[in-house]
Design a protein around this ligand. Structure first.
Ligand SMILES: Cc1cc2nc3c(=O)[nH]c(=O)nc-3n(C[C@H](O)[C@H](O)[C@H](O)COP(=O)(O)O)c2cc1C
Length: 135
């Protein structure tokens, strides 16, 4: 799993709890974004501005602007807060639509124990199916 998490680190705490192999995107957009050469799922929080513009963290945009990374993106997991109503996890929806991959799951803040186990089990199943499709 590749993920972005700001200084509030909600997404970071969630990813750590899942125990899945992960790469964290740098906090500063000016830092070099990693290049990932194997299929991965992107976990991305939403950061909308008033009116709902923006919302995808620029660090994630920079990472996805690399065609090698886009080629290996298999799905998206959204982090957000339901207080944002219709804009709940909007960044994950936007990435999924633009890159033609599914939104696999959405969770609030650092996720519940149920979210953690659903994502852990769901990803295991997802990768099994994914490798079958690749044969
Ligand atoms: C300025 C700001 C804008 C936000 N916009 C949205 C939004 O549009 N939709 C949403 O679901 N959550 C939104 N959130 C909630 C964050 O996505 C949520 O707090 C998330 O857990 C942050 O992850 P992080 O701590 O790993 O950076 C926003 C939070 C902030 C501070």
């Amino acid at each position: 799993m590749v993920y972005f998490s700001s200084v509030s680190e909600n997404t970071h705490k969630f990813v750590v709890k899942t125990g899945v192999r992960n790469v964290r995107l740098p906090l500063r957009t000016s830092d070099v974004a990693p290049e990932v050469n194997e299929p991965f799922v992107l976990c991305v929080p939403s950061y909308g501005r008033p009116g709902g513009s923006g919302s995808i963290p620029p660090q994630a945009v920079k990472f996805l602007n690399n065609p090698v990374n886009r080629e290996h993106l298999a799905g998206v997991i959204g982090a957000g807060n339901t207080n944002f109503g219709e804009l709940y996890c909007i960044a994950a929806e936007k990435v999924a639509a633009k890159c033609h991959v599914p939104v696999l799951y959405k969770f609030e803040l650092m996720g519940t124990a149920e979210d953690v186990s659903k994502v852990r089990d769901g990803l295991e199943e997802f990768w099994k199916q994914n490798s079958l499709h690749r044969i």
